[in-house]
Structure formats: C-alpha cells, structure tokens
Design a protein around this ligand. Structure first.
Ligand code: CA
Length: 229
C-alpha cells in the first residue's frame, strides 16, 4: 500500500482528503500541523500533500527542512490558496513537485497524486535519476554523468543543476535560487549565481545550452534542447 502523508490544518479538508485517498487505496497519515507531519513521516512515505498556510511552521518551511535533512526525494504537492506565479516559484524552489490551488476537486487531487507518484517512479530507485540525453543526474547518490563519464561538480554546482533539472522549463529568478541554495549565507550576490551557472555550463560541454537564461525571468533547464546523437 502506498503511504501518503497529508498535512492540513482545516479539519474538514483533512477529513475529505483522508477519506478519498483511503478510498482510492492509499494508506494515509493525517497531520494538522507541519510539526506533527514531520513526526509522523516514515521511511515508507511516498508522497506528501502539504498545505502552505499552517499555524506554526508553514508548508514551505517544512519542505525546506525536509530538504535540508536530505529527505527531498519524497515528492511534495503543495495545497495552496494562493496562486500567484511568485508563490508557485517559491514553492518549487522549496522542494515542491507540484501544487494544487484551493478550492480543488477530489478528482484533480487524485489525478495529481497519481501523476507525481508515476513521475517519481514509486518504489523504483530509477525515479531518482533525471535523464537529458547523455546527461544523467542521480539525485540519490548526488552525482551526475555525461556520456558515461562522471561530471566533476562542486556541491553547490550539483545542487543548482539538480534544482533546475527537477523542474525543467520552469524559470528560477536569481533571488529564488539564492534563497533556496544559499539560505545560510546572508550576502550572496546575483553574480554568484551567474558564476556557478557559467562553471556548470562549461562542464556540460555540448550540453551547455541545456541551461538557458531569459532576461527578466531567470534561469531554466530547456528540456526541448537536449542534444540528439
Ligand atoms: Ca491552511
């Protein structure tokens, strides 16, 4: 049975989600705060449905904490009443895999849960590998390979590449990248992001154009630009 953790402070919504996911054959862990959610999260939890606006720790904060503890391989779908582009990007950079805007229909939730589980490969470890042509990014071993040879990336370079690659065709502003990857360093300049991107691109060789920049938007991985053999 696939285990799903739901974190939602509104009791009605928590009940409806729990009832319907159990009905659809999932094992549900139901938490009404991020703090409880973190406590209940187990080694078999395959997905988190995470409300953003929570009393105490917010959904975004919880996602960041899990990621810091290296549990970012658990896919997260944010439940959010806010739908602005900026909030969505903040959610993604906090480690979210998808988001559902409230009010939602149960069918939509079930479809997204299924899609995210399929994308993450369920129990298969292959789901932790992102493939772009000859470039393979292994999220669980935190290594990358290009044309069968290991890519020598610094910690930050890997994290930056992995963040962009996990959300292909999604723009990340420099500010979003800084807040996600350099959160413990108070004075990081936009230029630092540019320097890291330049280093990654030079190491990617013929795949250098996989990472694109659009003025005023930010950086993104262009999945339509995978080099064909
Ligand atoms: Ca809420």
């Amino acid at each position: 049975m696939i285990e799903v953790l739901i974190v939602e402070d509104e009791a009605d919504i928590l009940d409806i989600l729990t009832f319907n996911l159990e009905n659809a054959g999932y094992k549900v862990l139901a938490a009404s705060s991020a703090e409880d959610g973190i406590r209940m999260l187990g080694p078999d939890t395959a997905l988190i449905l995470l409300d953003v606006m929570l009393p105490g720790m917010s959904g975004f904060q919880m996602a960041r904490q899990l990621r810091k503890e290296n549990r970012n391989h658990i896919p997260i779908i944010f439940l959010t009443a806010r739908g602005t582009e900026n909030d969505i990007l903040t959610g993604f950079s906090a480690g979210g895999d998808d988001y559902i805007a409230k009010p939602f229909s149960i069918n939509e939730v079930l479809a997204r849960v299924k899609a995210v589980l399929r994308r993450s490969g369920g129990e298969s470890t292959r789901g932790d590998v992102l493939d772009f042509g000859e470039l393979h990014i292994d999220l669980s071993s935190e290594t990358a390979e290009l044309g069968g040879r290991p890519l020598s990336l610094s910690r930050k370079e890997f994290d930056l590449l992995a963040l962009l690659a996990r959300h292909p065709d999604t723009y990340f502003s420099r500010a979003a990248l800084i807040s996600s990857l350099w959160k413990d360093a108070p004075y990081v300049l936009d230029r630092t992001v540019d320097v890291h991107i330049a280093r990654i691109r030079s190491k990617l060789g013929k795949y250098r154009d996989l990472i694109k920049n659009k003025t005023g938007f930010g950086y993104y991985v262009d999945s339509h630009n995978v080099v064909q053999k």
